[in-house]
Write a protein that binds this ligand. Structure first.
Ligand code: ATP
Ligand code: ZN
Length: 297
């Protein structure tokens, strides 16, 4: 009796924090829905409880998430790696999530003479990421004057408030717009799933963290692959097999037409078109491609 009460009350109930409203919100919600979680996520909610998994979701500012995870206020967080790096918290990065890509760069005015960060070691640097900037310049023996600004960092050099910026960029368009050019990448970032260390060691929580992670990895893996079916002359099988070795080996089914087979396999997205061209050259025909929803490797 005591045990089932504790389950209802949530000794094994996980808490996950994600960004409430911003660049990571839609993709985070999509991921949680894709792994089959059912919860309300509309409007200005601060909190939802999943109906079909022992998980509660806390919607917060992204800047608060690293601390929540580090201190154990929540067990898990979805947040940009740049913020984990900035806040230097002690947490476990469980999985990169494939969205929220950006880089933290050192940028200077296009017409300035600066060519490398080493020339900025005692310059004025404007940034919203003071710790990341400080750590980076310390690593190359510099101690610049760090000016912390929370928004519109890119205008600082034009206003002669700073000689350079340390700023996040995804497409580079905002740098370009402000006449800035990047001279160094400090960090490559994307959204990551992070976990509190004690939660990972907690026997009540760990099995549910592992279940979530298995589902997330299945969705991630499915995005990396396409499922491909094709017809090919049986004599070409060795060549086709060398082009698409498949996850273990391709499935080969004989066709009613003598000397022809159907081949089923998975191809990684990155090399997809290259492989299709090679398959066609090897004699594959009627190539049918479909997306995968989940893939457990
Ligand atoms: P909040 O209100 O939650 O504090 P915010 O304005 O600080 O939001 P966003 O601008 O929504 O944060 O960015 C959230 C995260 O998105 C960043 O920490 C970073 O990981 C990622 N990101 C991706 N591309 C960019 C970009 N071009 N500029 C800034 N962040 C980006
Ligand atoms: Zn923020």
């Amino acid at each position: 009796m005591a045990k089932s009460r504790s389950l209802i009350n949530g000794d094994n109930q996980l808490k996950l924090a994600m960004q409430r409203s911003g660049r990571l919100t839609d993709d985070s919600l999509n991921l949680l829905h894709q792994i089959g979680l059912s919860f309300e996520s509309y409007g200005q909610r601060l909190f939802s409880r999943c109906r079909n998994f022992p998980l509660s979701i806390l919607y917060s500012r992204d800047d608060d998430i690293p601390d929540y995870v580090g201190l154990g206020t929540v067990d898990l967080g979805i947040v940009g790696r740049n913020l984990i790096h900035e806040q230097g918290i002690d947490a476990i990065e469980l999985e990169p999530l494939g969205f929220g890509y950006c880089t933290l760069v050192v940028a200077v005015l296009r017409d300035s003479g600066f060519q490398s960060p080493a020339e900025l070691c005692s310059a004025r640097i404007a940034t919203s990421y003071p710790e990341s900037a400080r750590k980076y310049f310390a690593s190359i023996g510099g101690r610049p004057d760090i000016i912390t600004i929370s928004g519109s960092v890119e205008v600082a050099p034009s206003l002669d408030i700073a000689d350079a910026v340390v700023e996040l960029t995804a497409t580079g368009s905002s740098l370009l717009l402000n006449d800035l050019r990047s001279i160094h990448t400090i960090l490559e970032s994307e959204a990551v799933l992070v976990a509190n260390k004690r939660s990972m060691d907690n026997p009540e929580l760990r099995p549910n963290i592992d279940r979530l992670l298995l589902r997330i990895r299945a969705v991630q893996a499915a995005k990396r692959f396409k499922y491909v079916m094709m017809n090919a002359p049986e004599s070409q099988l060795p060549v086709i097999r060398s082009i698409v070795p498949g996850l273990k080996a391709p499935t080969v089914v004989p066709l009613a037409d003598e000397g022809w087979v159907a081949v089923h396999t998975a191809i990684e997205e990155d090399v997809f078109w290259e492989k299709i061209e090679q398959l066609r050259a090897a004699g594959a025909r009627e190539i049918l491609v479909s997306s995968l929803e989940k893939l457990m490797l």
